[in-house]
Design a protein around this ligand. Sequence first.
Ligand code: AMP
Ligand code: MG
Length: 461
Amino acid sequence: MNYFNFNNSYTYIDDRLFTQITPDSVPSPKLVVFYSNLAKELGIADRDFTEFLSGNRIPEGSTPIAQAYAGHQFGQLNVLGDGRAVLLGEHVTKDKLRFDIALKGSGRTPYSRNGDGKATLYSMLREYLISFAMEKLGIPTTKSLAVVETGETVYREQPNRGAVLTRVASSHIRVGTFQYVAMQGDRLLLKKFADYTIDRHYPELNNHLNKYLEFFTRVMDTQINLIINWMRVGFIHGVMNTDNVSISGETIDYGPCAFMNNYNPDTVFSSIDRYGRYSFMNQRSIGKWNIARFAETLIVLINPDTDKALELLNGVINTYDSIFTKRWYKMMGNKLGLSQITEQNYQIIDNLLKELESKELDYTQFFRTLAENRAENIDENIKESWLKLNPDFELIKKTNPAVIPRNHIVEEVLKEAAYKGNYDPFNDFLKVLEEPYKDRTDSYTLPPDVIDKSYRTFCGT
Ligand code: AMP
Ligand code: MG
């Protein structure tokens, strides 16, 4: 019986886009988490296939590759590529939906530079947990099918248990992949690649007069939606380099991400983000910056006259701020239980956020308890003007989760699982995160005792 129904269209585009590679074998693979419901959705075998998810055996139909890409990392353009991931293939479901199945932490590739190509159990469990939470929060994301402990030791600052994660994505095409393709200076390759991507993610654009400009507009639109959605739940991606911006609009790369507790627009958790480039509120402007880098890759497809192409692309980019502002206030309005929001009411939201910031109130808890009409701790005038707008308390509950993966709980359950082999707290937490909008009042909903200003996250662990 086949485990996957592979059809590896990416491998037919052009040899410059990837390198064929075999994942490393590992000494003693042990499946530690498996997302059965995702396996069911994908229509793949429910039998034990740890050997395939560890890299020890290559499933039938797979042509394993490492993809090449580039990316602006903290503003600096570098040639990158899958340095510790292998794309096993594209699994096509009964409904003809196509998903990349990739192993992460599966060994060195030609794109590994100085890295070991491996991943720690701790960070792969972290990705599994947070990507699961994001899905259940209703946010587009790559998903984690499984984590296999490898039995290898992976050295970071200390020895760590090693692991391989199976990542499921509607594709791994990034802004950085377009940057890589554009760098080749081959217009035909770029056209072929753009056509491939449009067919795969935005096939409805094929009939448009200037489909590449329309494609650009759509990618910008999905990115705005994604970032607004992150900000709705207090998510800070942490490493919005262009190689971590997916063309499909899914959240990708769960390295240094974390959730904000008390509201502060300048919140940063990533240890390497010293200047706050990717802070909570900067996600808006960096999203625009990243989209502008994407635009640069498309110039030659938009119009043979570069000035004309730039004019068209800039025309779209110049709408980013107004679209973002409108959707930001709509989202914030929804958080307040208001299905419609007019510009006259923007001030209420601005004032409220200032209050949350100055009083260091918990973002998640504050908005969620509005559903019980408990706008405690805030200025009476703001509260009154809000209540006059007749908030819908059900909308509040639909927009504001009761639980998010709070940093202190994430750390607690990961330490038990990754360091002590006790998966009970991890699995209990997954159950809680499965229904984040459900009413609850237990300790999972509570902010940490002490504000987590010193909490730090790391990238390539
Ligand atoms: P990231 O910070 O995860 O977006 O990764 C940036 C680049 O570093 C990508 O090309 C990754 O494949 C590569 N990379 C990250 N960790 C490792 C590792 N342990 N070994 C080799 N390459 C890595
Ligand atoms: Mg990455």
